[in-house]
Design a protein around this ligand. Structure first.
Ligand code: KG4
Ligand code: ZN
Length: 338
């Protein structure tokens, strides 16, 4: 049968990414990270869209080169329509529309949150895909969701954050502690050296399967301010224990909600995605859940969990097989829902 080549383009936040996949297998997966935001301790939207404009042509070019195909061999162009930063989305959307129009091939819109989940269906040697129905937990700097996935395009959000994302909780806590941005990986590393029960932070009370992380950040701020009054070196003296305690609290919040979701739905297959899924504590807690609660957990390759274009391309491929194409007048949508 014919080889189907799909180009995926992702530009929803601060990474400009392009990928070519063939029949669901990744041929190239190029990401240009925007270092510029580090100095600001968070993503600056205006700078992000400007950087996307600089990066998009070379990134797509590289993705085609690495895949060793010409643009004329593409069957469709898939792009992130939303959700995300509007100025960032506009760059990828406009580029994808122009390219598909120029090549006279189908254009395929992709929901970024669906893509994080469908990244599990990228064809990878030795990777067991989750069977339907499964629960997907997407945790990153921009998102915190639990989704019931009944089929590729039959998904229900059953829980999400009402304020900050879990990655934001890591990054904002890190800022309070004087760590660099993004702070998640650093907190994870230091947490391994500390006592998770050294300090206690209360978990937020949020109904059902929803999350809240803004209170935790404030609790940490007050705690650190208070302790620093007695000991100006409190942070340096206790950095490992502080990080371990923060990590313990955050993981507790996530696992508590997952347990409720499993109980409510009767579904024990759990697939995770988003940059925070790199966290060693979360991975360990999910593994423990396999023995303790009979869960089966699915964790894709790291490069498919953070923002990337291979996940956009795989959704493009699945939609291509369904002849599910977009009209050329389509526009980006910052608040697109699953
Ligand atoms: O998916 P991602 O690359 O971008 C989006 O936010 O969409 O996720 C980045 C987030 C940041 O908040 C970063 O601090 C967090 O993922 N992160 C981690 C770890 N690695 C990345 N958080 C906790 N532990 C980690 N090991
Ligand atoms: Zn994302």
């Amino acid at each position: 049968s014919e080889n189907i080549y799909i180009l995926g383009i992702e530009s929803s936040c601060d990474d400009t990414a392009a990928s070519v996949i063939c029949n669901g297998k990744v041929l190239s997966n190029v990401v240009a990270n925007q270092k510029i935001h580090e100095a600001y301790g968070g993503v600056v939207p205006e700078l992000a869209s400007r950087a996307h404009q600089q990066n998009i042509v070379p990134v797509v070019d590289q993705a085609l080169k690495k895949a060793n195909i010409s643009k004329n061999e593409l069957h469709a162009v898939a792009f992130t329509r939303g959700p995300g930063l509007l100025g960032s989305l506009l760059v990828g959307t406009s580029f994808a529309k122009s390219l598909a129009f120029g090549l006279q091939i189908p254009l395929i819109e992709v929901n970024h949150m669906q893509a994080h989940i469908l990244a599990h269906f990228i064809e990878e040697e030795g990777y067991n895909k989750p069977p339907f129905p499964f629960l997907a937990m997407t945790i990153s700097g921009g998102h915190t969701q639990i989704v019931k996935v009944s089929n590729y395009f039959d998904m229900d959000v059953i829980g999400e954050t009402i304020d900050d994302a879990v990655g934001e909780a890591y990054d904002k806590s890190g800022k309070i502690l004087g760590l660099g941005y993004p702070a998640g990986p650093e907190i994870d590393k230091l947490a391994k050296l500390g006592n998770p029960k050294a300090f206690k932070f209360t978990k937020p009370k949020v109904d059902g399967l929803n999350f809240s992380f803004s209170g935790l950040k404030t609790a940490i701020l007050y705690f650190v301010q208070n302790e620093t009054k007695n000991n100006p070196n409190f942070i340096e003296d206790n950095i490992n224990d502080i990080c371990a305690s923060i990590q313990y609290t955050i993981i507790g919040i996530l696992i508590d909600k997952l347990k409720i979701a499993v109980k409510q739905t009767g579904i024990k297959h759990i697939a995770i995605g988003g940059g925070v899924s790199a966290n060693s504590g979360i991975r360990q807690a999910l593994k423990d859940g396999e023995n303790k609660f009979g869960w089966t957990t699915y964790v894709p390759k790291f490069e498919y969990t953070t923002d990337n274009a291979a996940m956009i391309a795989i959704v493009g491929y699945l939609k291509y097989l369904n002849n599910d194409f977009s009209e050329n007048k389509i526009t980006a949508s910052a608040r697109l829902k699953i």
